[in-house]
Design a protein around this ligand. Sequence first.
Ligand SMILES: Nc1ncnc2c1ncn2[C@@H]1O[C@H](COP(=O)(O)OP(=O)(O)O)[C@@H](O)[C@H]1O
Ligand SMILES: [Mg+2]
Length: 279
Amino acid sequence: MPATARRAAGPATGTVAVMTTDTVTLTGLRAVYGTGTRRVTALDGVTTSFASGTFTAVMGPSGSGKSTLLHCAAGLDRPAAGTVTIDGNRLEDLGEDELTRLRRDRIGFVFQAFNLVSTLTAAQNVELPLRLAGRRPPASDVAAALAAVGLADRARHRPSELSGGEQQRVALARALITRPAVVFADEPTGALDSAASRQVLRLLRALVDDHGQTVVMVTHDPTAAAYADRVLLLADGRLADEFTDGITPAAIAARIAEQATDPPGGSRPPAHVAGEPSC
Ligand SMILES: Nc1ncnc2c1ncn2[C@@H]1O[C@H](COP(=O)(O)OP(=O)(O)O)[C@@H](O)[C@H]1O
Ligand SMILES: [Mg+2]
């Protein structure tokens, strides 16, 4: 259920936030990799928004632009054209320092491959974003973040001593320690078995239901997508479909099948080639 206004609480970012019902707005987003014959248009004019306190699943075939969309929306990459507004801040108007601060304080990012630092304990991984910002969070905050993901008793374990599901929950605790307005997750359950996936998905759902945070999750799994309030389907860098009704695994799978057999605009562009990231 969309909230009518975002939470006013949260760490100071040094940037001006305005009250809005949308935590994230994307307008005419274009992203291009490479140049010349190696040029790939990864996003081709995507306009959408993510309302405060909602959970959106982003789906679509491999190569359709899902990760690029998430990276641009999270300020990890700059789009070639279009605007991203997060929490009232237009990312293109921010300098590198301001963008870094906004990313650190208001945005959480969770990767398929967890991206934990192998030499650090779970607790040290969780406090890392704040440490990098020159802050030392109280041990009780770190313990609370680990407890929130059910890992109170794993604080001193290193990633290699944890299961995949536990590692992803440490990554989630790390993303949540700053209480971000929005959490982006790129196939967060892609490397997990179904029991571990369920735990991670329930935690993401609880962020929205219990704390009014906004979650945007890329997944290719209709069962995972069924935890969301809304599904976006990308095809060839464009928004091909979006729905909020019929959010069940079977209905989502049917809708994807329909999309695959009846793509908008007909023919697909030529096969893509790899190049320098420049989105
Ligand atoms: N670093 C890169 N260099 C060149 N092309 C890229 C790069 N990253 C992604 N692409 C291309 O951009 C398109 C979209 O990729 P991506 O956003 O990763 O898709 P998805 O996450 O949906 O699989 C694909 O055609 C992919 O090959
Ligand atoms: Mg991807």
